[in-house]
Design a protein around this ligand. Sequence first.
Ligand SMILES: C[S@@+](CC[C@H](N)C(=O)[O-])C[C@H]1O[C@@H](n2cnc3c(N)ncnc32)[C@H](O)[C@@H]1O
Length: 205
Amino acid sequence: MDGKKSHWENVYETKPADSVSWFQPHADQSLKIIESSGLGKKVSLIDVGGGASTLVDDLLDRGYDDVSVLDLSASALKVAQTRLGTKADKVKWLVGDITSIELPANAYDIWHDRAVFHFLTDEKDRHAYVEQVMRSVRPNGLVIVATFAEDGPEKCSGLPVMRYNAETLHHEFGDEFELLGKEKEVHHTPFGTDQQFIYCYCRKP
Ligand SMILES: C[S@@+](CC[C@H](N)C(=O)[O-])C[C@H]1O[C@@H](n2cnc3c(N)ncnc32)[C@H](O)[C@@H]1O
């Protein structure tokens, strides 16, 4: 197992999912962007690096029935599957590294990533990530990426991260992606600290 994967497997095997810094009882900002996109509920959505996030629970409850959750850590997905019980059968679960996994072409209307892209400190990996978006998101699809903001922490889960503002984050994808909106969010961690996030959402060319 490579170092990156073993790091994340270890996190989810040793810490309760609601005790990690990125835990949110509900992914409200993401839900707001998805629901106000005007794309409706008959969309195919992938949560990239979804981990044990409750976003999938809330999407299923709201009637989204084509949801995929991808993560490097099988243990993370196991936490979400156990929590969902029989509802987990409605979800496509994908274990793999977003920079190298083979995703179906033109498959998704909505791509969602909260706190994954910012771990890609190597330009080669960021390039591979954008290539995945280009291949697997349908034309005019919605791409939502949330990272630590410029005034956010320098590390996440003990790993170094890149910090962005809306312009620098949009720049990683390129001008052909139409910037639809940006939101700053202060995330309150379970241990009482604040983390500044930037959410950037674009339309794929
Ligand atoms: C900070 S957590 C955020 C989890 C979730 N998006 C949320 O908001 O609760 C980062 C997640 O990304 C996953 N991850 C990290 N690097 C990844 C990669 N290269 N490919 C796929 N998943 C990755 C980790 O296993 C972890 O679940």
